[in-house]
Design a protein around this ligand. Sequence first.
Ligand SMILES: NC(=O)c1ccc[n+]([C@@H]2O[C@H](COP(=O)([O-])OP(=O)(O)OC[C@H]3O[C@@H](n4cnc5c(N)ncnc54)[C@H](OP(=O)(O)O)[C@@H]3O)[C@@H](O)[C@H]2O)c1
Length: 189
Amino acid sequence: MPDLVYFVATTVDGRIAAPDGGFDFFPQGDHLGAQVEALPETIPAHARQALGIDAAPRRFGSVVMGRHTYAVGLREGITDPYRPLDTVVFSRTLDPAAAPVRITAEDPVAVVRELKQRATRDIWLCGGGALAGALADAIDEVVVKVNPVLAGAGLPMVDGAFGARALVLGDVRRFESGVVWLTYRRAPG
Ligand SMILES: NC(=O)c1ccc[n+]([C@@H]2O[C@H](COP(=O)([O-])OP(=O)(O)OC[C@H]3O[C@@H](n4cnc5c(N)ncnc54)[C@H](OP(=O)(O)O)[C@@H]3O)[C@@H](O)[C@H]2O)c1
C-alpha cells in the first residue's frame, strides 16, 4: 500500500514558515540540487519549467495540502502547482468548481485512506502544519529538511492535538549548506 510521506522544510525549531506565512528565510544551497535529483515532482511546476527540469516524478503520484499552502501559488495565479501529480486541497471555504485540482471539505483521514487504497505511488503530504495535525496518525514517513535557522516563532510543522507518536530514524543526509534531511518511519505496532 502506498505511504503518506510528510516531506517538509523546517527551521531547527520546527517552523515551516514565519508567523505571516513567509518562507524566504530558508537558505539556498546544494540541498536544492539534491531535491531536484531525488524528488523533482516536489519542485513547483512553474519553477521546474523556468529551470528546464523535465524529469518524470520519481516517487509520488499525488499530493495533499491545506488551503493556506495552496494559497501561496494561487496568489501568483498558479492553480495546479504540482502538475502532473494528482492534487487534493483541503478547504471548507474554497469553491470546488473554481480550480483544476480536487478541492474537498471531507475528512482528510478518510480521503487519504481512500487514496492509499487506489494509488499506485506514494502520497506526498506537502503541508501545512494544520493539515499535518489532522493527518498525524496517517503519516507513514516524515522527511524533515532541517535548515540551519532558529526562527523563534512561526508556523509549526504539525499543529494539532498532542499525541507523542514514536518514530524510527532511517536515512540521514547532510549538505554543505548546513541543511540535514532526516527520514523517520512510524514505529511498528
Ligand atoms: N516549509 C515547507 O516545506 C512548507 C510546506 C508547506 C507549507 N508551508 C507553509 O505553511 C503555511 C500554511 O500552513 P498552515 O498550517 O497555516 O495551513 P494549511 O495546513 O496549509 O491550511 C490550513 C487550511 O486547510 C484547511 N483544512 C485544514 N484541516 C482541514 C480539515 N480537517 N478539513 C478540511 N479542511 C481543512 C482549512 O481551510 P479552510 O479555512 O478553507 O477551511 C485550513 O484553514 C504557508 O505559509 C506555507 O507557505 C511550508
